[in-house]
Design a binder for this molecule. Structure first.
Ligand SMILES: [Zn+2]
Length: 423
């Protein structure tokens, strides 16, 4: 089973100076910043990358790519843009790059914004190793609809289901006709165990041997397992499946039995700075990061300074004290209480809402000390500090690595580098 990281252009400055909180001298982000797979090389934080066409082509507030980046992607191709592998080779076995259309982004539209023809052209131009058919999300689940004659299936769900299958059929034919290099993957969308099963049956009949199940993200785990069980009745677990947006590795066995050979997720990275509490993955359970915002960049604090409610120099001293005591703790030269005191003092200035119980747990357990990943080895305690993209994304890279380690242990590839049983 392979783990694909759904890339969202999260790069870091490899020479960032944590003590001075400064970028490396003369840094040009487009040239010098690196991806997780570059920063951690030769260690692999994931097996492959997933890119969505929507993210590459969408400009403006919804997109992350600038026009220049988008043009560079189209001109040079996915391998060169993502430097995956480093020499830009087409390598579907060891450096797979999968592309889908990004159905979640256009789920509110009546139709997908892309045609099968321009999608085949896009995948070919960018040199992806795997191309996913143009689907339309249903994103609803109601197993009761599988009961005969109970209630009718909403027509919009049926329409989306049919669009997805019609597009998959055209996509496979056209991919074959054009002898494209990428491996075509057909998408199944549905609303119930039976509808997914029937979609998979239709895709197999078209000729697909690799099928992705879409629309699972909002579903509860038992619902996903019901769908997989139903699909398995059709395929006997012998058809290769991909799960879009699903990690939930505690179900590894059920996934494998159903034929799942790959999944993708971006949540290990996002949780590092989006989750209220679980920011750092570890065998001992997930840990909270420690919030030390930058005085001059934190709007809540800046507002209070401008309103003369807080003295800027006092805030800067409190911020410095937090960082100094944290680093002292890392060198065993300060205790947890001293750090907690500094954090309390600083946070009182901006009335933050840290969950102190969890902060204390992070400081007492010091999970980064025993983590063998290249990030924790290189930056130590900075990895658990919630502050700016260079720390927050590195913590996300650690989480990607941790997810990959868990997967390797489930796959039975030794005990993994940290030597613990799967959490
Ligand atoms: Zn680590």
């Amino acid at each position: 089973m392979r783990f694909f990281y759904a890339d969202t252009l999260d790069l870091v400055d490899p020479g960032f100076d944590f003590l001075a909180d400064r970028s490396s001298p003369g840094r040009i982000p487009q040239r010098d910043d690196v991806y997780a797979h570059e920063l951690m090389a030769p260690v692999r934080p994931y097996d492959g990358l997933l890119v969505s066409r929507f993210s590459v082509e969408c400009m403006g507030s919804q997109g992350r790519y600038t026009r220049a980046q988008s043009q560079r992607f189209l001109r040079g191709g996915a391998q060169r843009f993502l430097r995956f592998p480093a020499d830009g080779r087409f390598d579907p076995d060891h450096h797979p790059i999968l592309c889908d259309c990004g159905a979640f982004n256009y789920r509110r539209d009546p139709e997908p914004p892309y045609t099968v023809e321009d999608t085949v052209e896009f995948y070919t131009l960018c040199g992806f190793t795997h191309g996913v058919s143009v689907d339309h999300m249903i994103g609803q689940f109601d197993a009761m609809l599988d009961e005969p004659n109970l209630v009718p299936v909403p027509t919009d769900w049926q329409r989306r289901y049919q669009i997805t299958l019609d597009n998959a059929d055209r996509f496979l034919r056209l991919s074959h006709a054009e002898s494209t290099r990428y491996k075509p993957i057909g998408v199944a969308q549905g609303w119930s165990p039976r509808s997914y099963r029937e979609a998979v049956r239709a895709l197999v009949k078209m000729g697909y041997d690799y099928v992705a199940l879409g629309g699972l993200v909002p579903l509860k785990t038992p619902e996903i397992l019901q769908i997989l069980e139903s699909v398995k009745e059709e395929t006997g677990g012998r058809l290769a499946l991909h799960l879009f947006g699903i990690t939930r590795l505690e179900n590894f066995q059920a996934f494998r039995d159903a034929g799942v050979i790959s999944f993708d997720s971006t949540s290990p990275l996002r949780q590092a700075f989006k989750d209220a509490r679980d920011n750092y993955y570890s065998n001992g359970g997930h840990y909270s990061a420690i919030r030390i915002p930058q005085v001059d960049l934190y709007p809540k604090l800046l507002r209070r300074i401008r309103a003369h409610e807080v003295d800027r120099a006092e805030a800067a001293a409190a911020e410095r004290s937090c960082l100094e005591r944290l680093r002292a703790l890392d060198r065993d030269e300060a205790g947890v209480d001293e750090v907690m005191e500094a954090l309390h003092t600083y946070e009182a200035l901006f009335k933050g809402n840290s969950k102190w119980r969890y902060v204390r747990r992070t400081l007492e357990d010091r999970p980064w000390k025993s983590c063998p990943c290249p990030i924790c080895r290189a930056v130590g305690i900075e990895v658990v500090v919630f502050r700016g993209a260079n720390r927050n994304r590195r913590r996300g890279f650690h989480n990607l690595w941790f997810t990959q380690q868990m997967l390797q242990r489930y796959r039975g590839e030794g005990r993994g580098e940290s030597g613990h049983a799967p959490a």
